[in-house]
Design a protein around this ligand. Structure first.
Ligand SMILES: Cc1cc2nc3c(=O)[nH]c(=O)nc-3n(C[C@H](O)[C@H](O)[C@H](O)COP(=O)(O)OP(=O)(O)OC[C@H]3O[C@@H](n4cnc5c(N)ncnc54)[C@H](O)[C@@H]3O)c2cc1C
Length: 497
């Protein structure tokens, strides 16, 4: 605790949340379910953070500004308890979770069925099944552990946890050594590169395994109508429980907030330093926050298309997500370029075609499509043409279908949402150390040295993606420490608006 005199205006509020991303909203809902009076402040005009949907291009087309593929929503203990269907949120599944085109019209197709996926990997099929099979069998228990705080031993699914510990700490490069053929190697690279790290770094193999596992365990669905529908359902439930949300309200200092017994911050660590003020935090904690490393950024393009993407391999038209960039070695080289501060000529491109699962996002017969590539943090370089070149290589004629496009450089992404520091959509590098010490090397990383103030963004465990678990873990800790509530009431007790 510090000796600073609080100057906050007195209020009868129980809890404040700064930031209405999925983690801030999850924290608010958990507090509201406990019967507490909660107010959420959001700097943007709309709530949702990384789950906003907007009309970025042409009339009749709606685009997810950030997240679209939601395996983590499907598996998250928070969202399972919230009961998406009861709140009107539909998860819509593409027939194929993801695909990875290779040369000459060849493609790896990752089906939800593990055996079918493995069968198409030729001689690597048995090795793929041996790697993923033990995880798929116990996926809910393993993923509950991986979406935990990393502070408690797992309570179930031990065989899967041990199997994951054996292989998951390795780099993607080391894991790829188990495969002979390019198909399985490329599949792994496409998943591991979501980490935005060099593929020879520890745990990139494990991060790739988790993404592949999710496709077999729950698929990679999109939210009907756009990811915004998820945030809207959370806000509607919060309001029905008596909570309030104030948009277009950037919090610049904690001192400007009214008093409350708990304040939960869905913000990046560097924003927290500014919000707290330079003298408010102990020097050691400040230093630890300043040491927290951010990863590279992304440059993202959204397109309105007059027709489906003309993939050379027609099976790719049935996939929700498409990893572009070719072989393992090419993707590894592109990620190494980015890590070295260079803009790759042939980047790894992560693309999503939401209208394959949810045609409501575009006029009949037309499509929305997005893709991003990794770039050095804070980059202002517009990578549209490089990204389109990568798409054209797998789908010649793509550019002829474009009727509208919208690009955000990494620097613009950071302006859009300050949690994506320098355009880093993971809100902090996902290295092994930083997955555990997120954002500081302490036992409780949610609690800050300021009394009653907690961090709850994806810069805390379990890290990035839309699962709400950072917010839920922080809120549960705040309920225990500030309100002496040890067993919070279920989210199912929230009134359904
Ligand atoms: C381009 C892109 C694609 C992605 N794709 C996927 C995907 O397909 N699947 C997936 O699972 N994840 C994806 N992600 C990651 C995912 O969106 C994030 O991990 C997730 O949104 C993090 O949630 P959060 O609540 O911690 O932060 P955010 O969602 O970033 O929300 C933070 C909120 O806090 C607000 N805020 C910050 N500071 C202040 C302040 N001082 N005052 C008031 N408000 C403030 C911000 O405006 C924002 O609304 C993607 C992200 C991006 C950018």
């Amino acid at each position: 605790m510090t000796g600073r005199t609080p100057v906050r205006k007195a209020s009868d509020l129980d809890a404040l949340v700064v930031g209405a991303g999925p983690n801030g909203l999850a924290a608010a809902l958990r507090m509201a379910a406990a019967g507490l009076k909660v107010v959420v402040y959001e700097r943007a005009e709309t709530w949702g953070g990384g789950t906003r949907t907007a009309a970025l291009t042409e009339p009749g087309f709606v685009h997810d500004v950030c997240s679209t593929a939601h395996p983590m929503v499907a598996i998250s203990p928070f969202f399972r308890e919230f009961d998406l269907a009861a709140h009107g949120v539909r998860l819509m599944h593409p027939e194929i979770p993801f695909a990875h085109p290779l040369a000459a019209g060849e493609a790896v197709l990752v089906h939800q069925d593990l055996g079918r996926t493995a069968a198409a990997l030729g001689p690597d099929g048995p090795a793929y099944e041996q790697l993923l099979g033990p995880l798929v069998d116990d996926a809910p228990a393993l993923l509950e552990t991986l979406l935990g705080t990393f502070r408690r031993p797992p309570t179930s699914g031990m065989p899967a946890v041990l199997h994951f510990a054996r292989y998951g700490l390795r780099s993607a490069k080391s894991l790829a050594g188990r495969f002979e053929g390019e198909q399985a190697r490329a599949l792994l690279a496409g998943c591991a590169a979501h980490s935005m790290m060099r593929l020879d770094r520890p745990i990139t193999g494990g991060l790739g395994m988790v993404l592949a596992l999710l496709s077999h365990a729950v698929g990679w669905p999109v939210v009907g109508g756009g990811s915004q529908a998820l945030a809207n359902a959370m806000v509607a439930a919060l309001r029905a429980a008596g909570g309030e949300i104030v948009t277009d309200h950037e919090v610049r200092s904690l001192d400007e907030l009214p008093t409350a017994r708990a304040t939960l911050l869905d913000v990046a660590p560097d924003s927290f330093l500014r919000l707290a003020g330079s003298d408010a935090l102990p020097a050691g904690y400040r230093k630890a926050l300043r040491r927290f490393r951010y990863g590279p950024g992304v440059c993202k393009v959204d397109w309105a298309l007059s027709g489906p993407v003309p993939w050379t391999n027609p099976d790719i038209a049935r996939a929700g997500t498409v990893h572009l960039g070719g072989t393992f070695d090419r993707i590894a080289a592109a990620e190494a370029d980015v890590a070295a501060g260079r803009h790759p000529e042939h980047p790894y491109v992560l693309s999503v075609q939401p209208t394959v699962a949810d045609p409501s996002r575009a006029p009949a017969g037309r499509h929305v499509f997005w893709a991003y590539c990794h770039v050095p943090g804070r980059s202002t370089v517009d990578m549209t043409s490089v990204i389109e070149d990568q798409i054209e290589a797998a789908a010649p004629g793509f550019r002829d279908l474009v009727i509208g496009r919208h690009t955000m450089t990494a620097a613009q992404m950071a302006d859009y949402d300050p949690n994506y520091v320098g355009g880093d959509i993971s809100a902090g590098e996902t290295s092994m150390f930083q997955m555990l010490a997120r954002p500081v090397p302490r036992w409780s990383t949610y609690r800050t040295p300021l009394e009653g103030v907690y961090l709850c963004s994806s810069a805390t465990p379990p890290g990035p993606a839309v699962h709400g678990m950072c917010g839920d873990h922080a809120a549960r800790l705040a309920l225990r420490q500030r309100f002496d509530i040890r067993r919070p009431p279920s989210l199912r007790n929230l009134p359904n608006p």
